[in-house]
Design a protein around this ligand. Structure first.
Ligand SMILES: Cc1ncc(C[n+]2csc(CCOP(=O)(O)OP(=O)(O)O)c2C)c(N)n1
Ligand SMILES: [Mg+2]
Length: 760
């Protein structure tokens, strides 16, 4: 054990060196050209060097996946290099175009990064939902992979509310395979963190049902504390505020003693002074910096204890020094500091790295190389199995009047009868019933890692709440961050565990923005899933402005890797949901369906058929054709483009316009996003919708959401356009009230058309 520790210590010094050096190199040796600072977080890396060395060279098993604290990426890359998974040239390209990313990114470096991190708080939580996803897989006959999930987290990162949103989720309490390692360096970006924080953290993790292990001091200080009079030293150190302790770390060695033994009234604590008399100044300075998170043996013990816990998640609160071993260790402003030439030179000497050997690892046959060679391999996900086949259509029969939300409920219930349903898992943040998942849930049950009796089992209930490990619906608290991070995690099991799930999440459309950062992260991290957002827009009329969504069409258009659709008719919902699931199965993209509770007359829809289906998927189709009417001329023609529920308004407007001698065509836009994205295609679908004789025909667009969602149409077709939509906050009223108020009703469409024809 002793030899191992000595070898591990030499390894951690090399990790420290390489992480500091690659950042220094990125900032000094590479011509930047643009005058921008490269940056790279030497101090944040140094603070986890011991924790990460102990993990990657002493604790990690081949079935363990890791999410690394975003700002520790240099230390992570140094470790991957020493473990033979990166080359020195990779390290040289840190933060360069095409090189290693600033923060660990599965999207860019899937061969080494298990779980993407970056935006504070999201990485550790996605990893933890990843553990829930793998538990779900295991409970549904899948592999037990990854077997453990370990997240390294910054202490100030835990300020982010989404962390506690997640830790409140009851299912997580049952995940014994989760370990968080918190780097308690008592510093954030700008400041020393509040003194009560570590105590609060321990209490909050305990309250969430976690096993808490705190590594406050190292063994050398521990031994002193246990010796005669040692409690006095402990009381003195633990009585210091964070800022006072950080100050102690910054003191020149010669002044630490004075700082410790001088009492507030200017006297001398003789007992304490005597207690420290056997230490010279340098020894004393080193002793007070002996925190638990830099004591390799303690850290290894803590990892072993956490691995034995199987019933509940564990957290290790490891006290560390930000910038450990660097000249700016403990400096409250060290977050963005990068070593000077003189400082890196001194560090090289201090860490025993020969000049010219800056990029070297360990020589073959050296004790360090032998230790590394003896470690089990790092996690590599199994190759994904072929995904389940998704049918093209269900051929459901729909009633004459139906909303797209009701259609979704029917489609998902019908899907439940097919074999592909085995791969489907639904998730909702406390709105499963109101988003029409009840039929599906009755059939498939609710997932919970342990079976629980239904307290209402003997009473008549419209929805059976049967919770068991076999269930296929996961119900979350009212926590949209959790919804999107869990969807992202369930949507990444193909890559991380070798099994493809088809996750479908439901929420109210106005609350997409509530979880938007998490949705963005889930997509960036590579998750593939379906989001059904319903109801949307002001069509939810009496519910008022707080529940109506205005800006989500723009979000749907803008988010990468996510196809946004707003179907009008029930058949379209069926086709789009099936196609979305196929896109998930084939790892192409995610789907965002924006639905409504307002019913629409289904007899307005085109007859079902392959051409109609293709047009729906491509983003739109012509519903009513004005060109066939006697007397048609382009000067008297107008194109009405409508998305979703307001197609009914466009159809009504068309009929009034015809009465006024105008020749309207009505186009249904099923996806503003698809139409927009495909503008750069050689033959954009939008251009195929209109004909050559319509090339000067102006456009009125309308949707139940902000007008800019369709405002690109006129520019794309080179014709004048008036874009109608909801450009202010909503309010309560009837649907006609609100459509009139926001100018998206048939009358407003008619007015806009006449304005464009110069008859305003
Ligand atoms: C959501 C978000 N807000 C702000 C930042 C900017 N930021 C980067 S690091 C940091 C402080 C992190 O402190 P901590 O988690 O304690 O990290 P460490 O001390 O280990 O560097 C902040 C605020 C960010 N990356 N993400
Ligand atoms: Mg910190």
């Amino acid at each position: 054990m002793t030899t191992d520790l000595a070898v591990l210590d030499r390894i951690q010094r090399r990790v420290l060196w390489l992480s500091a050096w690659m950042v220094h190199h990125a900032n000094t040796a590479r011509p930047a050209g643009d005058g921008l600072k490269v940056g790279g977080h030497q101090a944040s890396s140094a603070s986890v060097v011991t924790l990460m060395t102990a993990l990657y060279f002493g604790a990690l098993g081949p079935r363990d996946a890791v999410a690394v604290k975003a700002h520790a990426s240099p230390a992570f890359y140094a470790i991957q290099y020493l473990r033979g998974r990166l080359a020195a040239d990779d390290l040289r390209a840190l933060r360069a175009f095409g090189g290693l990313q600033a923060y660990p990114s599965r999207r860019k470096n899937p061969e080494i990064v298990d779980i993407s991190t970056g935006s504070m708080g999201l990485g550790a939580v996605s990893a933890t939902f990843g553990a829930l996803a793998s538990r779900y897989l295991l409970d549904h006959g899948g592999p037990d992979l990854p077997e453990r999930v370990i997240a390294m987290v910054g202490d100030a990162e835990l300020d982010e509310g989404n962390v506690w949103e997640a830790l409140g989720e009851e299912a997580l309490r049952h995940l014994g395979q989760v370990l968080w390692v918190v780097d308690v360096n008592r510093q954030s970006l700008d400041r020393v963190v509040p003194d009560a924080r570590p105590r609060q953290l321990a209490a909050m993790f305990r309250a969430a049902g976690w096993r808490v292990d705190e590594l406050r001091w190292g063994r050398r200080l521990g031994a002193r504390f246990a010796g005669p009079g040692g409690e006095r030293l402990r009381a003195r150190l633990e009585g210091l505020s964070h800022a006072e302790y950080q100050r102690l770390l910054r003191h020149p060695a010669g002044t630490v003693r004075k700082a410790l033994v001088v009492t507030p009234d200017g006297g001398i604590d003789r007992a304490l002074d005597g207690l420290l008399a056997d230490l010279d100044d340098a020894e004393l300075a080193a002793l007070v910096a002996d925190v638990g998170g830099h004591d390799l043996a303690l850290v290894l013990e803590a990892y072993a204890a956490a691995a034995r816990e199987r019933e509940r998640p564990s957290v290790i609160l490891a006290h560390t020094v930000k910038g450990w071993g660097l000249p700016f260790a403990g400096d409250p402003l060290n977050h963005t500091l990068v070593t000077t030439a003189a400082q890196i030179e001194a560090l090289r000497e201090a860490l025993g790295v020969p000049s010219g050997a800056e990029w070297e690892g360990f020589a073959p046959g050296s004790p360090e190389a032998r230790l590394i060679a003896g470690r089990p391999p790092l996690y590599t996900a199994p190759a994904p199995r072929p995904a389940p086949a998704v049918p093209e259509s269900l051929d459901e029969a729909y009633p004459d009047r139906l909303s797209t939300q009701e259609a979704f409920g029917r489609v998902i219930a019908a899907l439940g009868r097919l074999p592909v349903a085995d791969a489907i898992v639904t998730v909702s943040a406390d709105v499963a019933v109101t988003t029409h998942l009840a039929g599906w849930m009755n059939r498939k049950g609710v997932y919970f890692p342990v079976a629980r009796p239904d307290p209402f089992a003997d009473l008549p209930q419209a929805l059976r709440w049967r919770e068991s490990p076999a269930g296929q619906h996961i119900e979350l608290g009212i926590a949209e961050h959790d919804l999107f991070l869990l969807l992202g995690a369930l949507g990444l099991t193909a890559e991380l565990s070798g099994r493809t799930l088809l996750p479908i999440g439901t929420l109210y459309d106005p609350f997409v923005t509530r979880g938007l950062d998490a949705l963005y992260h889930a997509l960036y991290a590579g998750g593939k899933f379906v989001v059904v957002a319903t109801p949307s827009g002001v069509s939810l009329a009496p519910e008022g402005g707080a529940h109506q969504s205005v800006i989500t069409p723009g979000i749907g258009v803008a988010l990468p890797d996510l196809a946004y659709y707003e179907p009008a008719f029930a058949r379209e919902v069926e086709w789009l949901l099936l196609e979305g699931l196929r896109a998930v199965a084939e790892r192409r993209e995610s789907l965002y369906l924006r639905l409504t509770t307002a019913p629409l007359d289904q007899s307005l829809a085109p007859a079902a058929g392959a051409a109609y289906r293709e047009a729906v998927l491509r983003g739109g189709y012509r519903l009513l054709d004005g060109r066939g009417a006697p007397g048609w001329s382009p000067e008297r023609a107008v194109s009405l483009f409508a998305a979703g529920i307001v197609v009914a308004e466009a159809v009504q407007a068309a009929s009034r316009l015809r009465e006024q001698g105008v020749f309207p065509s009505v186009f249904v836009v099923t996806s503003p996003d698809r139409l927009y994205r495909e503008l750069r295609a050689p033959r954009p679908w939008l251009e195929t919708l209109v004909t050559a004789d319509e090339e000067d025909v102006p456009i009125v667009s309308v949707l139940d959401g902000h007008s800019h969602g369709l405002a690109f149409l006129g520019g794309a077709l080179g014709v004048p356009q008036l874009a109608l939509g909801v450009d202010g906050f909503g309010q309560s009223g009837t649907r006609p009230d609100l459509y009139r108020h926001h100018g998206i009703d048939a009358a407003a469409i008619v007015r806009a058309a006449r304005t464009l024809l110069g008859e305003g």
